[in-house]
Design a protein around this ligand. Structure first.
Ligand code: NDP
Ligand code: GDR
Length: 387
């Protein structure tokens, strides 16, 4: 058995006789999938991941975990599959016989779910059903533990802070699809005695966050504006309030939920809310930039009062404008959670504050923007995505 000196320590081969747990992660190429794969590998798991076929590479978040076939015991293995394709899910589950499945794959963008409601339901609602039913058909219902990525979006307009007992009032096709997945997980647990549970996670972010979610859109946009690659950032509802934590903390809780004696659902949240406008201010402050806000609603803008040291910024430059394209047909104005149950039973405590999260994301995006020669000339990306 050879040990590649370049291999990360957590991928080093096992000791003789060591029994490794086997995990299967759907959505392994996403933000949470990448952090969770790292976590499980560091705990000694063999990790199988499902990724979709795309016309370009889509594994940049997990490329550092890749192992070639010559590198001794392979502990991180990828498969092509899709949540809308039962045959691929059956093949992969049968082949890997996992101890734990983390179902993270989803069309996860709320605004996009209004444009693609049927596809969102297929992947986010029926996808988890396909996995649960496959486990039963293969006789794995007593062996394999199942984690479902539920979401605070299911609460929608309900009263906040939300707990596990708060009734759901979803406000988007995404939230409604996830609500089906949530209840079908409860149903398979109760009907067939499966170890199946859901984490009801509030928003969690990181430098690996997709570029079209608002936090990353802000840190990426402001970094590019500060370096002179972009003039202005266009946003939607600045008053929306969210409970933002760090993704690394949240995937740790996903793992802990599958290590309990009995399966239960848990809310994971920091309990602290900030508006989108607060997030912009915090990101600007991290860059040493002071902003002034004028107008309200569709007319609101942020103007530079003090540009700090940045070559791309001038005093009195308008760098944030509201664009109604980014408003949602039905919005959730405010959501934050009460994670008391997770605190008591899972020992949950967020380790990263809002300010630390913003700092890490801004610094990472300043790094990326500094290296990103192509997009210095072409910034069609954010306009194409329209979210
Ligand atoms: P991402 O959007 O970053 O990742 C989603 C993953 O799912 C990607 O790997 C994506 O592949 C994959 N995927 C999408 N559609 C399919 C499909 N039809 N078949 C197979 N794979 C698919 O999401 P996050 O990592 O942020 O979130 C993980 C999960 O947690 C999601 O289910 C999300 O809805 C849920 N969630 C997230 C929260 C958050 O704040 N991040 C909060 C609460 C719940 P590709 O890379 O090709 O796009
Ligand atoms: P959310 O995250 O919808 O909460 O879903 P997102 O970052 O997309 O929006 C948060 C809030 O910001 C407002 N907003 C904008 N949003 C985007 N994307 N783009 C903008 O320009 C913009 N301007 C203002 C939104 O209206 C919203 O109120 C995320 C996803 O990760 C889901 O998968 C997950 O389930 C929930 O968090 C919890």
């Amino acid at each position: 058995m050879t040990t590649n000196p370049l291999l990360p320590e957590h991928l080093v081969p096992s000791r003789p006789g060591q029994v490794r747990k086997v995990a299967l992660i759907t959505g392994v190429s996403g933000q949470d999938g990448a952090y969770l794969a790292e976590l499980l590998l560091s705990k000694g798991y063999i990790v199988h991941g499902i990724k979709r076929r795309t016309s370009k590479f889509n594994t940049d978040r997990i490329d550092h975990l890749y192992q070639g076939p010559q590198e001794g015991e392979r502990r991180f293995i990828l498969y092509h599959g899709d949540m809308t394709d039962s045959s691929s899910l059956l093949r992969i589950i049968q082949e890997t016989q996992p101890d734990e499945i983390y179902n993270l794959a989803a069309q996860s963008h709320v605004a996009v779910s209004f444009e693609e409601p049927e596809y969102t339901a297929n992947s986010d609602a029926l996808g988890p059903l396909r996995i649960l039913e496959t486990l039963r058909r293969l006789g794995l219902e007593k062996k394999t533990r199942f984690y479902q990525a539920s979401t605070s979006e299911m609460y929608g307009e309900a009263a906040h802070p939300a707990t596990e007992a708060t009734p759901f009032q979803p406000r988007s096709p995404y939230a409604i699809a996830k609500l089906y997945a949530h209840w079908i997980t409860v149903n398979y647990r109760e009907a067939y005695g499966m170890y199946a549970c859901s984490g009801i996670l509030f928003n969690h972010e990181s430098p690996l966050r997709g570029e079209t979610f608002v936090t990353r859109k802000i840190t990426r946009g402001l970094a590019r504006i500060a370096l002179g690659h972009q003039d202005c950032l266009y946003l939607g509802n600045l008053n929306a309030e969210r409970d933002w934590g760090h993704a690394r903390d949240y995937v740790e809780m996903q793992w802990r939920m599958l290590q309990q004696d009995k399966p239960e659902d848990f809310v994971i949240a920091t309990g602290i809310r900030h508006s989108v406008r607060d997030f912009v201010n915090a990101a600007a402050a991290e860059l040493g930039v002071t902003l002034r806000w004028d107008g309200s609603g569709i007319d609101e803008t942020a103007t530079v009062v003090d540009p700090g040291q940045h070559a791309g910024l001038a005093k009195d430059q308008v760098i944030v404008r509201v664009d109604s394209r980014y408003f949602r047909p039905t919005e959730v104005e405010c959501m934050f959670g009460d994670a008391a149950k997770a605190r008591e039973k899972l020992g949950w405590k967020p380790s990263v504050s809002f300010e630390e999260l913003v700092r890490e994301m801004v610094r990472a995006d300043m790094d990326v923007a500094g290296k990103d020669h192509f997009f210095q000339q072409h910034d069609h990306a954010s306009h194409f995505y329209n979210v």
